[in-house]
Design a protein around this ligand. Structure first.
Ligand code: HEC
Length: 150
């Protein structure tokens, strides 16, 4: 009987270790698909909204289009189809946290090998980044620039 006590403890230890590793695993796969934060939960996105997309384009033209075209890469990659290849959360996270994603995320590491430029922190807010996402979603869907409603 006395021998069972350490065995049970060992079992419990393995169960706890297993749970711990599973939890870590889930964390890793979130980062794989969604990049390093600030966004750590799914974004709630509705139908593509052209008015918001126009706003996003204005922010993009101020902060991003020196380095990114829609169909052409400049010092950074073309972004006209980026939402087809990445999750919305990844796009927003890369926009807000380029350095950590370039250094630690496999996608960022690959991009930094491909592009001579280095994406600097643009200092925009999360709300602005989500507005830019609307523009990128619009462009990927309709293959044209959104226009302010007349
Ligand atoms: C100084 C040039 C520069 C500016 C300004 C810039 N970027 Fe970048 N961007 C890059 C480069 C270079 C990369 C790829 C390697 C890296 O991260 O340095 C990149 C990568 C990205 C990626 C990842 C693309 C993919 O295929 O996953 C996204 C998304 C992105 N940028 C969005 C933006 C947005 C949105 C803005 C404006 C708020 C912006 N960038 C401003 C240069 C820039």
């Amino acid at each position: 009987m006395a021998m069972n006590v350490p065995d049970n403890r060992l079992l419990i230890l393995f169960v706890i270790l297993g749970l711990f590793l599973t939890a870590c695993g889930d964390g890793e796969s979130w980062v794989d698909d969604h990049g390093y934060g600030p966004v750590e939960e799914p974004l709630e996105l509705g139908e593509i909204d052209e008015v918001l997309a126009v706003e996003g384009k204005q922010i993009f033209d101020t902060h991003c289009n020196n380095c990114h075209g829609m169909n052409s890469s400049i010092s950074g990659p073309a972004l006209g189809r980026v939402t087809e290849n990445r999750t919305p959360e990844f796009v927003v996270n890369y926009t807000l946290n380029p350095r950590e994603n370039r250094q630690n995320h496999p996608v960022g590491q690959e991009l930094s090998d491909q592009y001579s430029g280095v994406m600097a922190d643009t200092g925009i807010s999360k709300e602005e980044a989500i507005t830019i996402l609307e523009y990128l979603r619009y462009y990927a869907e309709f293959r044209e620039e959104p226009e302010a409603g007349e």
